[in-house]
Design a protein around this ligand. Structure first.
Ligand code: GRF
Length: 225
């Protein structure tokens, strides 16, 4: 497939950019039939920008300071994404909550990765919450973005065990490794046109599929013993 026909992604970042890197790696390895039209950061100096530049990907810094309101910022963001031909918006550690300005401009064309098994633990400091609740499993979720934060239709999840001696950092690291697998997978399904919404549910290939097919990486049973 020529690069022109490939799904054009706009990846929104604020920091480290390890999920951006996973997307870049999947494209370069031929596992994801997409192209990154641009990477947009709300923060100058985000390491994600360096990662994009290392791969010749266009970067844009859109700082919040010069915009009077969240809506004004989002209007500029939409102009930037549309101006770069972005078809699918991928949130990858973008530390801003989108207003309807963006959501209405890209209906069902915005996806996010979140480091918990939603609907458990939306928001921030999710590993701390998981440890405080004593859950035995956590994981990550790729979902479509709606106006309600971390609440849109779920595309894919991966689970990891929570171990007795886990720290927030160790749990985060275990979850992050799974994020890097399921985010490119979800994007590839979208690129292939295989996902459809029915009610609040996402169907793969138009069918209700068995649940564990979309829990991509189940840990071995010994991990819980
Ligand atoms: C990830 O944990 C992701 O789930 C969350 O923000 C973090 C971004 O990490 N939304 P990175 O910038 O992709 O390394």
């Amino acid at each position: 497939m020529g690069s022109k026909q490939r799904l054009a992604l706009g990846v929104l970042v604020s920091g480290r950019g390890s999920n951006l890197q996973a997307i870049i790696d999947a494209i370069e390895a031929g596992r994801l039939a997409a192209q990154i039209a641009c990477v947009v950061s709300d923060r100058e100096g985000a390491y994600a920008l360096e990662r994009a530049e290392n791969h010749g990907i266009k970067t844009i810094v859109l700082g919040p300071a010069e915009h009077a309101s969240r809506e004004a910022y989002d209007k500029a963001l939409v102009e930037c994404l549309q101006g770069n031909g972005v078809e699918l918006v991928c949130l990858a550690g973008f530390m801003r909550i989108l207003t309807p300005v963006v959501i209405e401009a890209y209906p069902q064309r915005i996806v996010n990765i979140h480091p918990s098994l939603l609907p458990s633990f939306p928001g921030l400091k999710v590993q701390r919450k998981a440890l405080e609740h004593g859950v035995k499993f956590s994981g990550c979720t790729v979902h479509f973005v709606t106006e309600e934060v971390d609440a849109g239709p779920i595309i894919i999840q991966a689970s990891v065990p929570v171990l007795d001696d886990d720290t927030e950092e160790r749990l985060a690291e275990r979850i992050l490794a799974e994020e890097h697998k399921i985010y490119p997978q979800a994007l590839q399904w979208i690129a292939e046109g295989r996902l459809h919404l029915k009610g609040g549910r996402v169907l793969l290939d138009g069918a209700q599929i068995e649940s564990n097919r979309r829990i991509a990486h189940q840990p071995p049973i010994e991990a819980f013993m």
